[in-house]
Design a protein around this ligand. Structure first.
Ligand code: FES
Length: 675
């Protein structure tokens, strides 16, 4: 009599299939392509293969699942429970067998000897399928009769137990293999790197005994800051995170000044490559200390960054990125060994760098795209990462387009008379009373608003030193909403009669936001700088909507630090972003960092973004004739030609008034920003 088939459904993947009585749950998972970790190869010693039975009637799937439908806890599981402890309800899928219909939950948090777990890192659930597998094997001891080398017997064991045929071997292991085999008394754990089905798996590290942990690093190299996460490749947990400012700042504040530095200095590229790699090595040391992890246990590293950061990190001269046609040395994903680029981790550790989308839209934008997934959904999603160059991706599952816009550093507080980086003492929120034109504001490091009790005492501790990016957006938007500035961004001098806060400076006027140890004003030039920056961004977005032939976006994701702190409503009042239901505009934080972590923990995401980047249509804003028209229209607030019906559901926009500024020109300088 043949065994009856049982229906088994794995969650959260939703994969299902029929299996005979007695099939180990781990084998069923493998057959369906459900990722369940295993290091010991089914010896019930690593504890990595844990699953849970979900009990109950699953009408939709026509399954009645019960703990009676899985084999009782056997001696191997009992032994594991005695030695290591098995949480209530958990089973080892290598030992438990199928006895009836089952719904199986594969927990994504199987932590063995839990290290410090960092809670504030983005805790999004990332399904795992890492490029590294840890494979425990027991190798035959040498025998005079069979003159096979130690390495060859190791490879035979890996083929026998793990199915790896013709495994390639990193050369650095060959001189060490005999010592490691003997140290482990012929029991060793091999780290096998297999990034894609198109490449051969490769033995990259070898540990004596059962090595039940392996780590990976995801790193976002920003032009201002470098952020790093250390994650377990076997459980997916982020065990430590850290960040530092990019030391390349000493060679140039923004990207183009760093490219110029390379052009002007013969050793410039080397110096900047060395600086960023050193900073990353220091950060790796820091997260290893925090997570109590040895550098030797880091086997895979993923990096993202904008094109200039990408090139400098890899040791590529970025000069070509300094001018049209902004040619990348390499746009596809880069695979290399950490040791080859001076990154200190395990000697065999691998590096994966995500592909770049275009000459100004880098691997960071690709990672943010992977994280937010405009290409996975039906709605038209706009993804914007605002820095000195805004990277913009727009589209849905049918078609996706990308561009960058030269916004300049105004949003980061540069080019603004009282601008500063977001730090204690910086004004971060601003409201202006419509009647009195009096402001109230919040300062970083102080809990109260400026008109609340206790503000003065608290503010005295940090000082009030300037305005940061989020407040610049708010103050200009509020000045527009209260009529202090016109639609064209001109400060209305007539308002001086209404409020002593409107100050005359020669032929233009400014708004006095705060007067204390320091006088903080918003000048006509500040407003112009913001207009130029927001017009550049909006014009870039318009080129993309033109390209797709759409007149509105369904969803907006604001990535990066700036996107996290700006209030979407004010960004829209200013016309920085297009009209959209405000409920569907969200800050997505460090989406690039999360995309890097996704690529670290699951090699399928690497294929997904490589394929997506190939499909993304790239637009070079500098070459598009319509950029100028869109730019001019976008100098107005929110926009000279576009309507903002969604915004107007929540905000009453002022009636148009046209004023002339000192140059006699309404709407400010009509010029294209140079890159
Ligand atoms: Fe190691 Fe099950 S595979 S305990």
């Amino acid at each position: 009599m043949t065994s009856p088939d049982h229906l088994v459904l794995f969650m959260p993947s939703g994969k299902r299939g029929r299996f005979a009585t007695g099939t180990p749950v781990l084998d069923a998972a493998r057959e369906l392509g459900v990722y369940v970790e295993s290091v010991c190869g089914g010896r019930a010693t690593c504890g990595r293969c844990q699953i849970e039975v979900q009990e109950g009637q699953f009408a939709k799937h026509k399954i009645t699942s019960s703990n009676d439908h899985i084999s009782p806890v056997g001696p191997k599981e009992q032994r594991y429970d005695r030695v290591r402890g098995l949480p209530e309800g958990r089973r080892l899928s290598c030992s438990a067998t199928i006895q009836g219909d089952l719904v199986i939950d594969v927990p994504q948090d199987t932590v063995i000897n839990a290290q410090v777990v960092r809670k504030d890192a983005d805790q999004r659930h990332i399904e795992r399928n890492p490029a590294i597998s840890m494979c425990y094997v027991e190798v035959e001891e040498p025998d005079m009769e069979k003159p096979l080398g130690d390495l060859d017997r190791l490879l035979a064991a890996l083929e026998r137990d793990w199915g790896y045929e013709k495994l390639e071997v990193d050369f650095h292991l060959i001189p060490k293999v005999q010592k490691i085999l003997r140290a482990g008394e012929w029991k060793v754990t091999a780290a096998v790197y297999h990034d894609s089905q198109d490449t051969r798996p490769r033995l990259i590290a070898l540990y004596p005994g059962l090595k039940n942990e392996a780590y990976g690093v995801a790193c976002d190299i920003g032009s201002t800051t470098i952020a790093i996460h250390l994650s377990s490749l076997l459980s997916g947990r982020t065990v430590a995170s850290s960040g530092t400012s990019n030391p390349q700042i000493r060679f140039g504040e923004d990207l183009m000044s760093r490219v110029s530095y390379v052009m002007m200095n013969p050793d410039g590229r080397e110096a900047m490559t060395k600086a960023v790699r050193e900073a990353i090595n220091t950060l790796i040391g820091k997260v290893c200390d925090q997570g109590e992890v040895s550098r030797e246990d880091i086997l895979d590293l993923v990096f993202v960054g904008n094109p200039v950061m990408h090139h400098l990190f890899l040791g590529i001269d970025p000069t070509e990125l300094g001018g049209a046609p902004f040619a990348l040395a390499v746009s596809g994903a880069v695979h290399t060994k950490a040791a080859e680029i001076g990154i200190s981790a395990n000697e065999g550790a691998r590096v994966y760098m995500l592909p770049c989308i275009a000459g100004h839209v880098g691997a960071d934008a690709a990672a943010a795209t992977l994280c937010e997934g405009p290409h996975r959904q039906e709605e038209q999603m706009l993804l914007v990462d605002i820095g000195t160059n805004a990277e913009i991706v727009l589209g849905n599952s049918t078609r996706t387009v990308a561009a960058s816009s030269p916004t300049g550093p105004a949003f980061e507080g540069a080019e603004i008379s009282c601008g500063q980086r977001a730090a204690p003492g910086a004004i971060e929120r601003v409201r202006i009373d419509k009647e009195t034109l009096e402001p109230r504001f919040r300062v970083i490091g102080v809990d109260q608003w400026s008109d609340e009790e206790g503000f003065a005492e608290e503010a005295a501790k940090v000082g009030i030193t300037g305005i940061c990016g989020s407040a610049i957006i708010e103050v200009v938007a509020e000045m527009y909403l209260t009529g202090i500035i016109s639609e064209d961004g001109v400060v209305d001098g007539n308002m001086a009669a209404r409020s002593p806060r409107i100050l005359q400076n020669g032929r233009t006027f400014s708004y006095l936001l705060y007067e204390g140890a320091q006088k903080i004003t918003v000048t006509q030039n500040d407003i112009r700088a913001i207009q130029l920056a927001k017009a550049a961004l909006y014009a870039g977005i318009k080129l993309l909507t033109d390209k797709l032939g759409i007149d509105h976006v369904d969803r907006i994701a604001l990535a990066g630090a700036f996107g996290t702190f700006i209030d979407p409503k004010y960004a829209m009042v200013l016309g920085l972003i297009p009209d959209c239901d405000l409920e569907k505009v969200k800050a997505v934080g460090n989406a690039a960092g999360t995309g890097a972590r996704m690529s670290l923990l699951n090699r399928d995401y690497r294929r997904e973004i490589e394929e997506t980047v190939r499909r993304i249509e790239k637009i070079e804003t500098a070459l598009e004739p319509k950029f100028q028209d869109h730019f001019v229209a976008a100098m107005a607030m929110p926009n000279k030609v576009d309507h903002f019906p969604e915004l107007q559901k929540v905000v009453t926009l002022p009636v148009r008034k046209v004023l002339e500024d000192a140059t006699g020109e309404a709407g400010g300088r009509r010029r294209r920003r140079s890159r």
